[in-house]
Design a protein around this ligand. Structure first.
Ligand code: BJ8
Length: 425
């Protein structure tokens, strides 16, 4: 690994504690990814990125900052990357996915807060994540209560923009989100010092649409009966796409998709024929949260799709770039982003429709609906998800977990029993 100590020091990180994190990550990567057989060769890119996750991309971001570009740290797929890219800004995801950061979050938040929020706050306050140190500005959003209040803490020592996400999807809410995007664009212009024009916004829409199409190509390959990639590898690709340069991301995903399509033609599968196919739905899986995929895929099944923000919700639906005014383009952005069926909406029938549609498209034998502990939104929605799936004759297992390993045995028992039931059907 290259030597990034000076960079971390300059970022004001707590090097001693960060060292401890650096020690556990390689073991986790080794256990989850390197134990797999017959992985696509194109995964070499993501293997490299994850092996130096706190080095390679942070160093690039710092170089870009030296040229005057601003880095925007985001926590939700509702934040329109296109607006930031149009103003020559850079977007990086900031959601925390490691138990390592949870105690730091618990020092200032109630324990019964979801681990994603606690880890994100812990990563910032503990000074152990370079991305949280590098971002010039954080962009929060009014989705769940926990995040809303956590942004007040995070915003104490970092400039924080908050986008007001509607909680319903009536025509007036779509208009409201369009206005919110327009207001956000003004703030982004102020921060970057660059004007957003019809031309650069159209170009940014094209760039992000290309990224979405490339991610989709990989997911399309996962629909094949001959499964060319594991769920773990696909998840890693998706997780890293939140941090990467969007054009390189598209290029790497297309390179992977080429290989997967060839594998399908050649009949190369990563699992034996007849392996049960699982669609996973629920709360996002931020890096390095690979727990559920790892348990499912070492329990005799394969994850073929994630109906999650670290999954289909990140790339489904393109933005219409045919508008000729900023107003029209902001409306097109609003329409696309408001198609996201996060559980923060009420009512939210679109998510259930998506799960059923995706279960069919990806030929899933069963669905696992898993939420992070203390996420009331997704936990409450489990009942309607389970009822709808049962009515469609699709087996479903509802679970709850956090970032700790302590429930891994119990999860494995339940997942193995579910897979066994699917095998007997
Ligand atoms: S669009 S899913 S990324 S809000 S798990 S922090 S909801 S208590 S992450 Fe999300 Fe945007 Fe929705 Fe997607 Fe709160 Fe639940 Fe925690 Fe969550």
């Amino acid at each position: 690994m290259a030597d990034y100590v000076k960079m971390w020091e300059d970022l004001g990180m707590d090097l001693e504690t960060h060292d401890l994190l650096c020690q556990v990550l390689p073991t986790a990567v080794g256990d989850v990814f390197m134990t797999q057989e017959n992985r696509p060769k194109a995964m070499d890119f993501w293997d490299l990125v994850i092996s130096e996750v706190h080095g390679i991309r942070p160093a690039e971001l710092i170089e870009e900052q030296k040229k005057g570009r601003k880095v925007f740290g985001t926590f939700c797929v509702f934040v329109p990357d296109e607006v930031i890219v149009a103003a020559n800004g850079i977007v990086t995801g900031l959601c925390g996915g490691s138990q390592f950061w949870v105690p730091g979050g618990e020092a200032v938040l109630p324990k019964n807060t979801c681990p994603l929020i606690k880890a994100s706050v812990g990563a910032r306050l503990g000074r152990t994540c370079p991305f949280f140190r590098i971002a010039d500005v954080y962009v929060g959003e009014t989705t769940c209560d926990g995040k809303k209040k956590a942004y007040e803490i995070l915003g104490q020592d970092v400039p924080m923009l908050i986008m007001d996400v509607p909680q319903m999807k009536r025509p007036k809410d779509i208009l409201k989100w369009k206005d919110e995007i327009a207001e956000f664009a003004e703030k982004v212009e102020e921060i970057t010092g660059n004007r957003i024009t019809v031309e650069n916004l159209k170009e940014a829409i094209r760039i992000i649409n290309e990224k979405r199409k490339a991610l989709k190509r990989v997911y399309e390959a996962r629909k094949s009966e001959c499964l060319p990639i594991s769920g773990r590898d696909s998840l890693l690709m998706t997780q890293i796409s939140f941090f990467d340069d969007p054009e390189r991301c598209a290029q790497m995903c297309n390179r992977l998709a080429d290989e997967l399509e060839e594998r399908i033609r050649d009949g190369v599968s990563v699992v034996p024929a007849g392996t049960k196919r699982i669609l996973l739905t629920g709360t996002p899986l931020a890096v390095p949260n690979w727990k559920l995929h790892n348990i499912i895929e070492t329990s005799g099944a394969a994850v073929v799709c994630e109906e999650m923000c670290t999954g289909t919700r990140y790339f489904e639906n393109l933005v219409d770039d045919s508008g000729e005014t900023l107003e029209e383009l902001f409306m097109a952005l609003s329409e696309r982003y408001m198609k996201n069926n996060c559980a923060c909406f009420t009512p939210n029938p679109g998510r259930i429709e998506d799960i059923i549609r995706l279960a069919r498209e990806y030929k899933a034998d069963g669905v696992i609906d898993c939420s992070l502990k203390f996420c009331g939104l997704y936990d409450i929605e489990k009942k309607s998800v389970a009822e709808a799936l049962k009515a469609e004759g699709i087996p479903v297992l509802s679970l709850e977990t956090d970032y700790e390993d302590s429930d891994a045995g119990q999860l494995r028992t339940r997942i193995e029993a579910f897979v066994e039931m699917l095998n007997e059907r």
